[in-house]
Ligand binder design. Structure first.
Ligand SMILES: Cc1cc2nc3c(=O)[nH]c(=O)nc-3n(C[C@H](O)[C@H](O)[C@H](O)COP(=O)(O)OP(=O)(O)OC[C@H]3O[C@@H](n4cnc5c(N)ncnc54)[C@H](O)[C@@H]3O)c2cc1C
Length: 442
């Protein structure tokens, strides 16, 4: 006879592992299904940073307890073991194509504050997966790695999950299957969402690159064949290594061409990479949708990137996984003791108030679409106007707003020197759908 679980979690990323832990700690029978054969392996691009440490993000003030080796979420009252290496990020720098830098945070000043001045940390996600997997296995979550889930259906009181040639049965399912969620698609959640485009990435870990400042993250927009492209550079936990990610929204542009441009041809960045050595390579393709407003249907609850716009980031995924696991546990326990099951509704309220109402998904996507409106020449000029470091920030929903505000303050100068840019700046406030029309969606 098929075992009936209280909860099946699909996906063992940060959201799924955290959800499984939370539910099992409340005594639920939990199965965790993951298509990777080795859950601890990183299988796609990630900057491996943990945002955001100098401001609330997803309703919590994330903190890393260096001595206790715990990732701490004090508002949500949980912490997760992480005994791997870490390094601090003190500032986020945006480069214009000709090398003018807008700094979110003054790294030199913030570094004087030590850990209290950091805006994020870099962690080794594979070590994090190892810590969390060990813990969920120890407390009795049944882990099915190498299980690719192909369908989820509601039958009477149960949800049936098909994967790895088997059927699994549970009262609830948490879909934590990431940004291109099969479950969100199969269950019809995507019908109510706007699909904007896809973002393709390729990342290289690179040894001995000559990056001007090590404890900062760098975003470098530019153009290849007049198509907007990006290089984002994260420090890595070894001082002699960095993680350089190359991105495009254009599905027809070859990312090798983008990488070659930044690393070998660009007048500034090619100098950084002379004599460097690539160590590891990852790729990813993500669908960019508007978020799922009501992430629950037919006993299936959505957590992490599966319900977000492109990414809720690692910390957002852990928080929503924790909340989702506890929400299901609450509902199961309520039902068992004869109370009305209301746990899920707490999660829906939290998701709406903390994510949907708080953040503009359009702001997030505009991190990658502003250079579809502004030319390289525009960026060179505008960035040259911002000479002092802006407020420290590593929150992807806020960064562009801070830069926009600084540009607005320079409006009289722009009006005088470059009035031609004003209509394009005004277009930055247009709805995303209007901005994104020129990006192929294939
Ligand atoms: C280029 C890039 C850079 C990034 N940089 C950062 C960064 O610096 N900092 C940060 O915080 N975030 C970063 N992110 C985002 C971060 O990786 C995600 O937000 C985070 O991993 C989301 O966690 P998740 O658990 O929701 O989903 P995921 O980490 O995607 O985990 C989903 C899991 O589900 C599994 N799965 C999927 N489909 C199935 C299926 N059908 N059956 C079974 N299993 C399935 C997958 O194998 C995966 O293990 C980056 C992402 C990209 C693409």
């Amino acid at each position: 006879m098929t075992k009936r679980y209280d909860l099946i979690v699909v996906g063992a990323g940060p959201a799924g592992l955290t959800a499984a832990k939370a539910a099992r700690e409340c005594g639920l029978e939990v199965a965790l299904l993951e298509r990777k054969t080795d859950i601890t392996n990183l299988h796609r691009c990630c900057g491996q940073s943990l945002v955001s440490m100098n401001e609330y993000y997803f309703g919590d003030i994330f903190h890393f307890n260096n001595e206790g080796k715990r990732m701490c979420f004090p508002v949500n009252r949980f912490s997760l073991k992480y005994d791997g290496p870490s390094s601090n990020i003190y500032s986020w720098h945006f480069y214009s194509p000709d090398g003018h830098i807008v700094k979110l945070g003054d790294a030199k000043e913030l570094k004087k504050l030590g850990d209290n001045g950091r805006i994020a940390i870099i962690h080794d996600k594979e070590v994090f997966f190892r810590c969390l997997l060990k813990e969920v296995e120890k407390i009795g979550v049944e882990v099915f790695s190498g299980t690719n889930v192909t369908d989820v259906t509601k039958t009477g009181e149960n949800v049936i999950v098909e994967g790895g040639g088997k059927n699994f049965e549970a009262t609830y399912v948490i879909a934590a299957d990431g940004t291109n969620s099969l479950i969100a698609e199969k269950m019809g959640f995507n019908k109510a969402r706007d699909f904007f485009c896809k973002i393709s990435s390729k990342s290289y870990y690179i040894r001995n690159a000559k990056i001007p400042e090590l404890e900062v993250a760098l975003s470098c927009p530019d153009y290849v064949k007049e198509i907007p492209v990006f290089m984002v550079v994260f420090p890595w936990i070894n001082e002699d290594e960095i993680n350089a990610i190359f991105l495009t929204l254009d599905p027809y542009l070859n990312l090798d061409e983008v990488t070659d441009y930044f690393m070998n041809k660009h007048p500034i960045y090619s100098e950084w990479f002379k004599g460097s050595e690539e160590t590891r390579m990852f790729t990813s393709v993500e669908s960019i949708y508007s978020p799922i407003i009501e992430p629950y249907q037919d006993n299936v609850l959505i957590a992490g990137d599966a319900g977000g716009t492109q990414e809720v980031e690692n910390t957002g995924a852990m928080i929503s996984g924790w909340r989702a696991g506890n929400a299901v546990a609450t509902s199961v326990i309520e039902s068992k003791v004869g109370l009305k099951a209301e746990g899920i509704s707490h999660y829906l309220k939290w998701w709406k108030e903390t994510y949907i109402d708080k953040y503009s998904h359009e702001d997030y996507v505009k991190n990658f679409t502003f250079s579809y409106i502004l030319s390289g020449d525009d960026l060179n000029y505008l960035f040259s106007l911002i000479k002092e470091p802006l407020a420290p920030c590593f929150n992807p929903y806020e960064a562009l707003n801070l830069i926009s505000q600084a540009i607005q303050q320079a409006a009289p100068t722009i009006q005088q020197e470059r009035p031609d840019i004003i209509p394009r700046l005004a277009k930055m406030a247009a709805p995303l759908k209007e901005i994104i029309t020129s990006i192929p969606k294939s």
